[in-house]
Design a protein. Structure first.
Length: 741
């Protein structure tokens, strides 16, 4: 039976994408928003050049939306900041039209259980028509480096095909408004995965031959005897092609002007777990496929092949990229004779990363990993680009002999996951903790910093704290991609986060059940006293150091594994919640002893404020510049105290708060500016309060929603109105009130 889906809505980026019918709440206080500069930073599985206009290209990311390259201002522009549907920030596929340069399509959907849609734009992504579809996608799942799964018939531009992961091949004949499953395609799909966090490769690519009307190819990365299919009648009938190496799955394909298809193969859907691969070329004139896999050196860990490109000027010029070739490293291969001979480009390449120097992690930026996306400019055979797990490189010398120079092609791209951030009372305006790339000290928000946090380098920085009256002293905790951190998970800085020194944890007895200690996993957070004279670490048995970790003292009265907040003015005061006893505890002697505080005004159930995940933000905060002024988020309701936690009052404003942070007070206000991400009258947005939470004003608008994928928010204690927002995929945004016109 043919399935159909007809729900479509036309929307502008001036309205929340994917939220038709909801009343828009205008921003009460207009703000201007910009990205804090890092440059790239994440995995962008696919880059596609427009086939009809020079200088036009699109990039899809796995959780940070999609970008368009603008050749006039020479930067990338984010196309989905107006969406309020987080799933739509994971892009499964992208397809620029082959006739009209203004038309582009996106297949958007983060995972198997998340909303999925086909986006169509007639103005290069400024506005979108969105069609919800019944087939699931996996823009941020395994297999996201395959593609492209979405393809436009070059001879019938209103006809699109989409190769789904779980439900076979789909077709639209009205520019993506209605979709029907292609009943005649041989593989119906495996259905949604039964196990959580698993997925199918499904149909890995759909490819049209622009020279031959009706001819198209579809690859399948599902288990089975057949993996490549050909149609010569526009998808009405299909023939299996015998071009699949045993045990390998087709990942991507490209077609030359001679009609020959170059196909990359891997033994897993990737990007991790790939151990083998191949490259084949299929000639439809002879129905014969040839193995053209690049050579391998003795002892090389082969990895697989994903990226594939063919020059439009010369179909004999082809290129492929490896994935998971960790020894020696991933690379790009180029051939000028259809794969008979190969040139490994990593061997004769240099990388100039001066624009994003953090890539020089080990003193020299390597060629890259997870090179799933690879493209040759159809208008300039010397211009090529490839993606990695941390950036995208481009060169203008792809067709030239000698040393090949690559530079990051990332201006305007900010695709990172932020775990924590802080704006200290002195020094740099922003210090951050990222997932995968550690984090940064930003002296200038418009410049990519010289390096990530080092000494030690921890891939994830989970918590940060600074001394309120001595902000050059900072502490952080972190973890790595492995279960056990191979070294210290704590560090401190004497220069505001520019350099770090590891903090060794005190000896501790192992857990009886064999599970690792929190300091071994990065679960132990750390806090610093207001004057920087004491560090309090949240081990199983909390400990205090007054000599930068040389010695540790046992802390009494503080429950195990609870978050601690240090007063930002009084170095003797630390605060925490004792969830077992449902009470607040405080130290008045610099963190060595804690005692219960007789409080009034707190809710009966403080357990709603408990956080257990190491990346979760502390619900308890102290105010910079105000001794004893505390804030506490309990289940979305914000409470405040001005007397060291003795008396509390609930903020009266009708806002359900997910995250909050403190900034500089408005002139004449006794309260810090409170910034929050929360929900009010059904609207989830970014808000601020100048009167201690009594009233709230929305400060973002419908064009700035970033998928509502938020992780942390903070104000700036030195600049009134400035707010920093850490997102899950769009980097760090910062906003300032828009000047009056």
């Amino acid at each position: 039976m043919i399935k159909r889906w007809a729900a479509a809505a036309t929307m502008s980026l001036l309205a929340p994408l994917g939220m038709a019918g909801r009343a828009s709440t205008p921003a009460t206080v207009p703000y201007e928003w910009q990205n804090v500069a890092v440059g790239g930073g994440g995995f962008a599985p696919g880059i596609v050049f427009s086939p009809v206009e020079r200088g036009l290209a699109y990039l899809r990311t796995d959780m940070g939306g999609a970008y368009r390259w603008d050749a006039r201002d020479r930067q990338w522009h984010q196309l989905l900041d107006g969406t309020a549907v987080g799933s739509y920030m994971g892009i499964e596929s992208i397809a620029p039209d082959r006739v009209d340069a203004d038309i582009v399509y996106l297949a958007a959907g983060m995972g198997a259980t998340a909303p999925a849609a086909i986006f169509r734009s007639a103005d290069r992504g400024a506005h979108w028509t969105i069609t919800r579809v019944p087939f699931a996608m996996g823009g941020n799942e395994d297999g996201r480096g395959m593609g492209e799964r979405l393809a436009i018939d070059p001879h019938r531009p209103a006809t699109l095909f989409f190769g789904s992961r779980h439900d076979g091949l789909w077709r639209s004949d009205d520019s993506g408004r209605r979709w029907a499953k292609v009943a005649g395609f041989p593989l119906p799909g495996l259905g949604l995965p039964r196990a959580r966090r698993t997925t199918h490769g499904g149909l890995s690519f759909v490819l049209f031959d622009p020279q031959q009307r009706g001819r198209m190819y579809v690859g399948s990365a599902d288990p089975g005897p057949r993996h490549l299919f050909r149609s010569d009648d526009g998808g009405a009938s299909w023939t299996a092609i015998d071009a699949a190496p045993a045990g390998l799955l087709p990942t991507k394909a490209a077609i030359g002007s001679d009609g020959i298809v170059t196909i990359s193969y891997a033994d897993a859907i990737g990007p991790n777990g790939v151990t083998d691969g191949a490259v084949w070329r299929y000639d439809p004139a002879t129905a014969h496929a040839t193995d053209v896999t690049p050579p391998r050196s003795p002892g090389e860990v082969p990895g697989g092949f994903f990226g594939v490109a063919v020059s439009r000027q010369d179909p004999q010029v082809i290129a492929v990229s490896t994935v998971n070739r960790y020894k020696p490293i991933d690379t790009v291969w180029r051939s000028a004779d259809g794969g008979r001979h190969w040139d490994e480009l990593q061997r004769r390449s240099i990388r100039d990363v001066s624009a994003t120097p953090f890539l020089d992690l080990d003193g020299k930026a390597n060629f890259g990993h997870w090179i799933a996306g690879l493209a040759i400019d159809p208008f300039d055979a010397g211009h090529a680009a490839y993606v990695t797990g941390a950036t995208m490189y481009a060169t203008e010398g792809f067709a030239a002999p000698g040393t090949m120079r690559w530079t990051p092609w990332t201006r305007g791209i900010e695709q990172t996951a932020i775990i924590t951030l802080t704006s200290p009372t002195g020094g740099a305006p922003l210090v951050s903790g990222f997932g995968d790339i550690g984090g940064f000290r930003h002296d200038d928000l418009a410049i990519s910093p010289a390096h990530v946090h080092l000494g030690p380098y921890l891939t994830n920085s989970n918590t940060l704290d600074y001394a309120g009256t001595a902000p050059a002293i900072m502490v952080r905790s972190g973890s790595t991609h492995t279960r056990i951190v191979p070294g210290p998970s704590l560090a401190w800085s004497h220069d505001g986060g520019e350099s770090w020194t590891p903090l060794a944890a005190p000896p501790a007895a192992p857990h009886a059940d064999g599970s690792p200690l929190p300091e071994q996993t990065g679960d132990a957070a750390i806090t610093v006293a207001a004057d920087g004279g004491a560090f309090l670490a949240e081990f199983d048995a909390p400990a205090l150091s007054r000599d930068h970790g040389a010695h540790w003292l046992a802390v009494t009265g503080l429950p195990s594994r609870t978050r601690v907040a240090a007063d930002k003015v009084d170095p003797h005061r630390f605060y925490a919640l004792d969830f077992a006893a449902n009470r607040l505890v405080r130290s008045d002697d610099g963190g060595l002893h804690f005692h219960p505080v007789a409080t009034t005004g707190l809710p009966a159930d403080l357990a709603r404020a408990r956080v257990v995940w190491r990346e979760a933000q502390n619900p308890l905060m102290a105010t910079p510049g105000h001794a004893g002024m505390l804030w506490l988020n309990v289940g979305g309701r914000l409470y405040r105290s001005a007397d060291f936690g003795a008396r509390w009052s609930a903020t009266p404003g009708p806002l359900e708060i997910a995250y909050y942070g403190l900034g500089k007070a408005a002139p004449g206000s006794p309260w810090p500016t409170v910034f929050a991400i929360g929900r009010r009258q059904g609207v989830e947005a970014v808000w601020r309060s100048l009167d201690g939470g009594a009233t709230w004003q929305r400060i973002n608008d419908d064009a700035h929603q970033w998928g509502l994928r938020f992780r942390v928010i903070s104000g700036d204690p030195r600049r009134f109105g400035r707010v920093y927002i850490g997102t899950d995929g769009r980097g760090i945004l910062y906003g300032d009130p828009r000047p009056a016109s």
